[in-house]
Design a binder for this molecule. Sequence first.
Ligand SMILES: C[S@@+](CC[C@H](N)C(=O)[O-])C[C@H]1O[C@@H](n2cnc3c(N)ncnc32)[C@H](O)[C@@H]1O
Length: 832
Amino acid sequence: MGKKGKTGKGRLDKFYHLAKEQGYRSRAAFKLIQINKKYNFLEKAKVLIDLCAAPGGWLQVASKCMPSQAIIVGVDLVPIKPIPRCITFAEDITTDKCRAALRGAIKTWKADVVLHDGAPNVGTAWVQDAYSQSELVLHSLKLATEFLNKGGWFVTKVFRSKDYNNLMWVFNQLFDSVEATKPPSSRNVSAEIFVVCQGFKAPKKLDPKFLDPRHVFKELEDQAVTSLTSVFMPEKKKRHRDGYGDNERILFHTTSAYDFLMAEDPVGVLAANHQLTFATPDDLALKSHPETTDELLQCCTDLKVLGKKDFKAMLKWRTAIRIERGLEKPKGVVEKKEGADDDDEANMDDEERMARELERAMKEEATKEKRAKRKLNEKRAKEVMRLQMNMTTPTELATEDLGDDSLFRANEKSKALVSKKAAAAAAGAELDVVMGEGGDEVDEALAEAKRKRREDFARAGIVLSDDDVDMAEEADVPQLSGRAALFYASNPMLQSLLQSTMSGATTNADDEDKEDYLNQLNDDLEAETLSRKRKRGQKEIPTTLADSKTKKETKREAAKAKRAAIHAVDVEGLTAPLPGVVADEDDPNYDPQAQEAARTKYLAASDSESDSDDDDDESADEGAGFDSDGDAIMDDVELDTTGPPPNALTTPHALALAHMVHQNKHAMVDASFNRYTYGDDDELPAWFKDDERKFNKPVMPISKETVEAIEARRRALDARPIKKVAEAKYRKKKRAMAKVERQMKRAAAIADSEDMTEAAKARAITKIVAKKIAKVDEKPKVVVARGSNRGVKGRPTGVKGRYKMVDPRMRKELRAQKKVAAASKNKRRKTG
Ligand SMILES: C[S@@+](CC[C@H](N)C(=O)[O-])C[C@H]1O[C@@H](n2cnc3c(N)ncnc32)[C@H](O)[C@@H]1O
């Protein structure tokens, strides 16, 4: 067989692998095996000619199945590698040279079997390919008629094309029995089938026209005609381009007159048949019907010679009998009915028209909705992907336990939902399922979060466009509400803290770094305090935020914040959350009584430490940004470009702090205006100030458990492989699994094979498994570059598989080094 490139892995099916496994040169071998299994012609044959035999798969099968003394001759355009017991040569089977060569090979013998699996070296249009294949078949048949014994077999491949029936007709003239078969190994998509011709008639004289392609294929060119054209325009005959039906074996078709009467497609019946018969009692009843004239009976004997008029008469006759038997209504009635259908629109009253209109509109609406839903799904899919990416970052630290901000809750709800769905997706569920089931909830949650965010900013006097909200969301910037937003905007340290928390900056810093950072944090807090103090008294509201606020709104804000400040637990500086108590008034779970009770309890516990008096509280109130009327002062709000270094949250302690800050932002903001903020230290001695700087600091009530939990979470995160590594591992696993699957398939194909003995199957399967094991265990062979291997570049001769070239000197030196190391170790042990 000429070398043909494989056009895709799809072609490498189980028979391909099986052929490789069993040493056949082509998968075509299985076709002959299967055909022979059905007809058993190889076992008895003594001489066989295989036309178009390369690369030799069929020859191999023949050599296996035929008696040991049998003569097997193979010919092909391309040379065939030698096969035991087979004579092969390269010739074109359409030439006389080939005939002479065959004669020379089988001498005076006659062949019992002639095989032909020829396929022209194709590549042109399908119709042309099919035609040249049919021609090739005819050439092979010609050789078969010359070399076959009487009663011999001819097995050939043919393509199901328009020429198929012509060929079958010729075969039928020359053989006792002709059967078409498609062995299981022949691909369903292939148009090839195999025709097995049994019992060669060996006619003494053969009309050369039988084997002349021009004659055989031309003859039928005008025979195939289709229904309507053949019936109503019998003069203009059209060539049947699609070939014949799969099961057609005959050229003369008949059907009963009664079938014609009952047929749904009478025109089709007239077109497909050559004759209408009157054999059954039903037919005979028709024959004796008064409507049945002699002329009509004459027409039924040969439909192919009828003209338009005759066909019309036949159809008329049929209709008359059908009406009489009540199978059909008179034409007028039918026409009326059909007409009514056509004129539906015209006869419709207004109501009907409106109903139709409505239906149409609804259909359109449904289509639109469908389109919109699809778009939404696409958008959602993107959203899910985005959030999915966030799932593995420590952002969850900030979003999982968010406490008091309703906005965050909305976000949290959506993220949790999405995370849940995304986790399902990661576990193998399709994204569609994610979208399909929880999609609406996710959407609602996201929309709600957006709306809230916009409202919160609006309350704080900041008008956000849709894009702003989206951008904020994209950047994962924390969204705060009310005064928290104002304070956040003006407090770089808070920004840095929250953003670091959100971005999940976790690196392994050593203890010294941690200490440094905490000191830095404290220093920054102090600097902040000093700066506030310096600006105290200026009753300016920062332009960016306050411009858009009316005085009334500002007052309302201030009063609210003041109330919050009173409710907030005053724990030296930043306020920690009280267990089980919601500190945010905006929170629906906020309970002032519980808050007060917790506050009293806490203050009682910390009384000894806290010497603060009522004045302090007052000053705290004042210092918290309100004047005596409750008006907001907000004098100290100023954007500072110098903040802690980016990604500075390196310790669990700092993370816990940031986490806490995030949880209690409202309370923290309020409580940050306290007695530590505004100490009047101008007149104080330096030693006092030093001492104060050292010890008079808010103690951060961070529990050991929180730090431990965060540290554990960080450790878990660190322990996770990075995405790239995980992906590479997954790819490797997938490849390995695919390989195993392939092996299994091959083993299964061998096990299913009916052409092998159990022992052969076991051997073949063992070979596959052994190959795999050998590959796994294989270690590179060490080849020392001495003797004939010295200076060899590339693979040394006689070495198969993996190898490693080593320098003999290097080996020696390594050994010497080891010896010296061992000796010095011994010496040290003795002396020490
Ligand atoms: C499908 S392969 C035959 C496979 C073969 N039965 C086997 O088992 O290995 C078709 C072969 O037909 C050969 N062929 C096509 N036209 C030919 C011709 N005119 N004369 C001889 N061989 C021809 C091609 O070279 C090709 O090798």
